[in-house]
Design a protein around this ligand. Structure first.
Ligand SMILES: Nc1ncnc2c1ncn2[C@@H]1O[C@H](COP(=O)(O)OP(=O)(O)OP(=O)(O)O)[C@@H](O)[C@H]1O
Ligand SMILES: [Mg+2]
Length: 325
């Protein structure tokens, strides 16, 4: 195993709200390796953006730690460390300042991180546009003149301007039309190989990760439900929640349908709001839930090499319970 680029240990972020404490992130431990794409999936509210904010240093954790290339990542980071980790957000309509030209937007990180001479910034910005498949003609245009896909390309160019090692991509294609989504994904794959980038790719959409991710981390209510190599996780999901997610991916052919795990039970969305003070957070929706699942939090347990699941059924505490259909 190569040395991890990013080490996350017991990371939690709890928000105190008027209605109680929200455990947006709860004890997440994870390594991200150089050059890989780690997809982070989970439904709305599972803590994906919270994780991104902590990795980027936009917020500090309630507990736990982060290290990047062995260096502690606090909230007050040295400029040189901040430069290594860049962000591409979901909504290309709001990430670019409407009053700045494309050149001015790309120039911001160049100035912040004092990359090159100011006189060379325009040339560098033109190169960056070409890198993301756009003509330098766009340099003096405003975001309003660009399509959603073009704006996202500019956002990617801006993130790449400072030559980061790690890109955190938070739903980078979900606001785009399907045909544009595929092109932006193809661009991201190409850029990763070209610049040896490492991606943390956040999405609520499992079908997107199949072609892009090396590993997938499935989150449920701020916790890791399952993490493993992409192909294996799709072929043989361990956690009932992962199975549920995969079974609900829309498919186009009967052959594909036949390959999917079946989820014949109700999805119990209403039950999801049931409070689980202890035990497995997925228990209210899980057709396999037993007494132990309500009483005890299942630990993240190794099921195969490099593949972990937080379910009592894999940790062996409920023997012979999961009959796979
Ligand atoms: N500043 C905050 N104050 C209080 N609660 C918060 C705050 N930020 C996030 N939360 C809560 O933390 C939980 C996780 O939120 P987060 O935005 O990380 O989810 P997400 O997985 O990114 O969801 P989505 O798919 O909708 O983007 C949610 O219940 C959310 O309401
Ligand atoms: Mg989010």
């Amino acid at each position: 195993m190569p040395e991890a680029l990013l080490e996350i240990r017991g990371l939690s972020k709890h928000y105190v709200t008027r209605t109680g404490v929200v455990k947006a992130l709860d004890g997440v431990t994870l390594d991200v390796f150089p050059g890989e794409t780690l997809a982070v999936v989970g439904e709305s509210g599972s803590g994906k953006t919270t994780l991104a904010n902590l990795v980027l240093g936009a917020e500090g954790p309630t507990s736990g730690s982060l290290r990047f290339q062995g260096q502690e990542l606090g909230t007050n980071r040295a400029l040189g460390l901040r430069r290594q980790i860049q962000y591409v957000q979901q909504n290309p309509m709001t990430t670019l300042n409407p009053r700045r030209t494309i050149f001015q937007s790309i120039q911001v990180p160049l100035q912040t991180h004092r990359v090159g001479l100011t006189n060379d910034h325009r040339k560098r910005a033109a190169e960056l546009l070409q890198v993301v498949g756009m003509s330098p003609e766009y340099l003096d245009r405003f975001p309003s003149a660009l399509s959603g896909g073009q704006r996202q390309r500019v956002a990617i160019a801006r993130a790449l301007a400072v030559e980061p090692k790690l890109l955190v991509l938070d739903e980078p294609t979900s606001a785009l039309d399907v045909s544009v989504q595929a092109k932006v994904l193809a661009l991201l794959i190409e850029l990763q190989a070209r610049f040896r980038l490492t991606y943390v790719f956040i999405t609520h959409d499992l079908s997107v990760v199949r072609n892009i991710a090396d590993r997938v981390m499935v989150m449920y209510r701020g916790k890791v439900a399952e993490i493993g190599p992409t192909a294996e996780l799709f072929r043989d999901p361990e956690h009932p929640y992962t199975r549920m997610l995969i079974s609900s991916i829309p498919v186009v052919s009967e052959e594909e349908e036949a390959l999917k795990p079946q989820w014949p039970w109700e999805r119990n969305l209403a039950l999801d709001s049931a409070a689980v003070s202890q035990g497995c957070p997925f228990a209210p929706r899980c057709p396999f839930a037993e007494q132990a699942c309500w009483a005890q939090l299942p630990p993240l347990t190794m099921v195969r090499e490099d593949h972990y699941s937080a379910c009592h059924m894999v940790s062996g505490e409920i023997p012979n319970k999961l009959v796979k259909t």
